[in-house]
Design a protein around this ligand. Structure first.
Ligand code: MG
Length: 291
């Protein structure tokens, strides 16, 4: 009897205390959370009464956190988004050059045909006129058909970031060769996780994220990393690169190089075709002004 009357008395007291606490929390939230625009409710644009995220100056759901830049995607899958630098759109090689005998810049000799361009065998490598560091690259390629040669002599070319770090291009459809030299390989280092080769003459797609190495005072600080999707299949997942491409030797970062260098496509004497090439410099978290 005594206990139940105490309980009866305590219930309104607890309810009142809860109401006071809730009211106080509401006042606090209203004081620290931005007022919503018309048609929205508190919290739509974020909160400042939330915990801080570790190591960065933002609350969880912070309304002041910078928003990423708006990028308009291509109308069709594989097309260049609005912030990409289009390196080849099917028409000309204006964004590319070749090097003469004294390393002078020359207009490309590689032929452009019906929406694609082709390696000009023995004319030398093709370089972008611009230099790049860390990038996302989209590039499509097709091996010659009918196929000619075998192993490294069949449909060999390559995509060399900074002119140094190769993702191999090779006709790897029923063409045995060493694993770290097949298409999709980080040449001489890591075979791709799968062989996703299409038949000669059919278009393959590479979507590659290349992270440039960093040097400080002539010493390597961060090695390069490569992430590769080949025809939509992940074949390298942020794989650490041992060093610039080298044949029959162990790659290493012997020589420091600039932070940005031209992208290169390899002339390995085989008429490999390329089309739909675009590139984006990598962005940085919370720094929408970068790029
Ligand atoms: Mg090659």
């Amino acid at each position: 009897m005594l206990f139940s009357s105490i309980r009866r008395a305590a219930v309104p007291a607890i309810a009142m205390l809860a109401a006071v606490v809730a009211g106080f929390a509401l006042v606090l939230a209203q004081a620290t959370t931005p007022a919503p625009p018309a048609g929205q409710t508190p919290g739509d644009l974020g909160f400042t009464d939330t915990p801080m995220l570790p190591g960065i100056p933002w609350h969880v759901h912070d309304p002041a956190r910078p928003h990423p830049p708006v990028v308009t995607p291509a109308a069709t899958p594989g097309g260049a988004p609005s912030d990409a630098l289009v390196l080849f759109d099917g028409r000309d090689l204006a964004k590319w050059a070749q090097h003469g005998p004294k390393d002078e810049i020359q207009p490309p000799k590689w032929p452009v045909r019906d929406g694609y361009f082709e390696v000009g065998p023995k004319t030398g490598a093709l370089y972008t006129r611009d230099s790049f560091g860390s990038v996302q690259l989209h590039i499509e390629w097709a091996s010659p058909t009918p196929p000619a040669g075998n192993s490294q002599g069949r449909g060999n070319s390559g995509v060399l970031f900074m002119g140094l770090y190769e993702i191999q291009v090779l006709d790897t459809f029923n063409n045995p060769t060493y694993a770290d030299g097949q298409a999709g390989a980080i040449y001489g280092q890591w075979p791709p996780l799968a062989n996703v080769a299409r038949k000669p003459g059919e278009w393959n797609v590479y979507d590659i994220v290349f992270e440039a190495p960093a040097f400080d005072n002539g010493k390597l600080v961060t090695p390069a990393h490569q992430t590769v999707f080949w025809n939509g299949v992940m074949v390298h997942n942020r794989k650490e690169v041992m060093g610039p491409m080298i044949y029959r030797d162990v790659a290493s970062y012997k020589t420091p190089h600039p932070a940005e260098l031209p992208l290169m496509l390899q002339d390995h004497s085989n008429p490999v075709r390329y089309r739909n090439v675009w590139i984006r410099r990598l962005g940085a978290y919370d720094r929408p002004e970068q790029r």
